[in-house]
Design a protein around this ligand. Structure first.
Ligand SMILES: Nc1ncnc2c1ncn2[C@@H]1O[C@H](COP(=O)(O)OP(=O)(O)OP(=O)(O)O)[C@@H](O)[C@H]1O
Ligand SMILES: [Mg+2]
Length: 343
């Protein structure tokens, strides 16, 4: 079972939403998860309707009730069906660098001096590879962290990661910093991070929509990740819409008698006969037009779906929530993920 879940995907497809839903989905039965964001956009705080996250791990939600347990049961921890906890952290590259310097060089106030001198600017903007190793390093540290009894502090860490176009480079920090530091603590840190990222402990999931561009990006992203030796987990198909017409209806629509069929159905529904100029008559063409648009969309989506399954990874589906994603919606997405088995 993976303990570090990295969630990537094309921009706007729902990475932040899916990462949060996954962190919730994994937080059952007393399990504790950590949801981290690395791009400094405070997307998690927005989603959980809390104030901006400081650079500090804090509990932001209780996991969903496990199946069979009532809500109050699970919150109270009754019957062994304890709810878990979601903690969150917005990782900040600058703070991570200071932590890191502190750890290796015991620079207390010197770290603050460095900051004034612009060393942080150097490290985070001139050497972006170093910035990434600090961000992934922090996540890997949380994955490996143990308490005094030797148990993992977090059962799982879920990262709301950069988009598909940058994810391989972001995770492949080893290559990135190789030119920067061939020996010494930065090199060792990069090696340690890479060991976690390339191990079966890690799974990179890609979020997509059933549309041409995100599906293409998903296929390319999987190929890139695989080529870099990074473990790919599953594909989350987000914002799916129900098919309103079944196969029979779609066949009818394509057949010659579609118009007559709709006219008959309308008159059966009490909308009057297909008298020329009557209500039913005026409804037929717009209805057929809508149905054809829908059929076209269903056909396109089927083709995209086939492309995705051809990649040969486990797929998960999350419906488009018509009201958008509020906190209740997030819990619903978490339940939907859980129902589809371990991710
Ligand atoms: N299943 C869903 N149903 C309805 N709305 C959704 C769903 N998933 C995501 N959304 C909405 O789509 C928008 C984009 O989602 P989100 O911010 O999670 O995407 P993202 O990939 O993280 O975007 P970015 O690339 O900007 O970081 C948000 O408004 C979110 O509420
Ligand atoms: Mg996002």
């Amino acid at each position: 079972m993976s303990r570090l879940h990295v969630v990537s995907g094309k921009g706007g497809t729902g990475k932040t939403t899916v990462a949060a839903a996954l962190a919730l989905a994994l937080a059952t039965e007393g399990r504790r998860t950590l949801l981290v964001e690395v791009e400094g956009r405070q997307g998690i705080a927005q989603l959980f309707e809390t104030e901006a996250l400081p650079y500090e791990e804090r509990k932001i939600a209780v996991g969903p009730a496990s199946e069979g347990a009532s809500r109050s049961d699970s919150v109270r921890g009754g019957g062994g069906r304890r709810a878990g906890e979601v903690h969150a952290l917005a990782i900040d590259a600058e703070r991570a660098l200071l932590d890191y310097l502190q750890m290796f060089y015991k620079l207390g106030s010197a770290g603050r001096a460095l900051k004034k001198l612009g060393a942080i600017d150097f490290a985070t903007t001139i050497a972006p590879g170093l910035r990434d190793v600090l961000l992934t390093g922090k996540a890997c540290e949380a994955v490996r962290r143990k308490d005094k009894q030797g148990r993992f502090v977090y059962d799982a860490v879920v990262m709301d990661a950069p988009p598909t176009g940058r994810i391989t480079r972001f995770l492949n920090v080893n290559d990135e910093v190789a030119g920067l530091a061939k020996i010494g603590p930065i090199h060792n840190q990069a090696q340690a991070v890479m060991r976690v990222l390339k191990s079966p402990e890690t799974a990179v999931h890609l979020v997509t929509l059933l549309e041409e561009m995100p599906v293409q990006e998903t296929a390319d992203g999987v190929a890139e990740l695989r080529a870099a030796g990074l473990p790919v987990g599953g594909i989350v198909i987000n914002m799916t819409r129900p098919a309103l017409l079944d196969n029979g209806d779609l066949d009818l629509l394509a057949a010659r008698g579609a118009r007559a069929g709709v006219a008959k159905a309308l008159s059966q529904a009490g909308l009057g006969g297909a008298r020329r100029g009557g209500l039913a008559d005026r409804l037929i063409d717009p209805l057929l037009e809508q149905a054809r648009e829908h059929a076209e969309r269903v056909e396109l989506e089927r083709a995209e779906y086939a492309e995705l399954t051809a990649i040969g990874l486990p797929t998960y589906e999350l419906e488009l929530l018509p009201e958008g994603v509020d906190l209740a919606g997030l819990y619903q997405l978490a339940r939907d993920l859980r129902k589809q088995g371990p991710i």
